[in-house]
Design a protein around this ligand. Structure first.
Ligand code: MD6
Ligand code: FE
Length: 213
């Protein structure tokens, strides 16, 4: 029997044309994802990067795959190497790739093959201000975004920074797939509320898969 949560939160919601929210789509992969994440962060640890304007980000980041998103005083870009270790980013684990391809296919993007995954760690109070994802070479690729751990509010606007925003609760296991006409929509995450997640702890982890190169 579906519980109240299932009835209130349908399995797949449309957020905008081209953007789908697949509730719980990462749950079958949970154990593998968390084990692989430990492996990645033992090689390329989370770090707080600095924006071109000189602000230290409250969200800590690392990457896996051929292309890692980085920022420093010189700008935002993709780099094949981790500037912290001087070595290539850890390889993309098979379970990461399988989930990304599965979710993209369900959302109508069967040809998506990500070459990078940006991994964001939010501790209570961390936030990501409204932005567009536009450092990727080909905007024909969608982005697949996986939420693990503490719940967050997702702000989803339009093509202009001051377009009105809709808000979505992103919970452990939810996957957003985002492309087509909404690929360049502004979005952000307001301050993470404190709490403890039973398998992830006092944090939220977000995996965003990209076709970057
Ligand atoms: C986050 N996500 O959910 C931040 N970007 O923590 C993003 O910035 C994002 O979820 C592009 C597409 C989907 C996303
Ligand atoms: Fe983004």
């Amino acid at each position: 029997m579906p519980d109240l949560f299932d009835m209130l939160a349908p399995a797949a919601e449309s957020m905008a044309e081209g953007a789908m929210l697949l509730r719980g789509a990462a749950l079958p992969y949970e154990k593998d994802l968390l084990a692989a994440l430990g492996d990645i962060t033992s090689q390329s640890p989370f770090r707080h990067m600095v924006t071109p304007g000189g602000f230290t980000m409250s969200v800590a980041m690392t990457n896996c795959g051929a292309a890692g998103w980085v920022t420093d005083r010189a700008g935002y870009r993709y780099d094949r190497n981790d500037p912290g270790t001087g070595r290539p980013w850890p390889a993309m684990p098979k379970c990461f790739l399988d989930l990304a391809v599965d979710a993209a296919t369900r959302a109508g993007y069967p040809n998506f093959r990500p070459d990078g995954c940006l991994i964001n760690r939010y501790e209570p109070g961390a936030r990501l201000s409204l932005h567009q994802d536009r450092n990727e070479r080909d905007f024909a690729n969608p982005i697949v975004s996986v939420s693990l751990g503490l719940p967050a509010t997702f702000q989803f606007g339009g093509l202009k920074r001051n377009d009105p925003v809709k808000k979505y609760a992103l919970r452990h296991g939810d996957v957003a797939v985002w492309g087509g006409p909404s690929r360049l929509f502004y979005h952000g995450v307001p301050e993470l509320k404190d709490g403890i997640h039973e398998t992830v702890g006092r944090m939220r982890i977000n995996l965003t898969f990209r076709g970057a190169l």
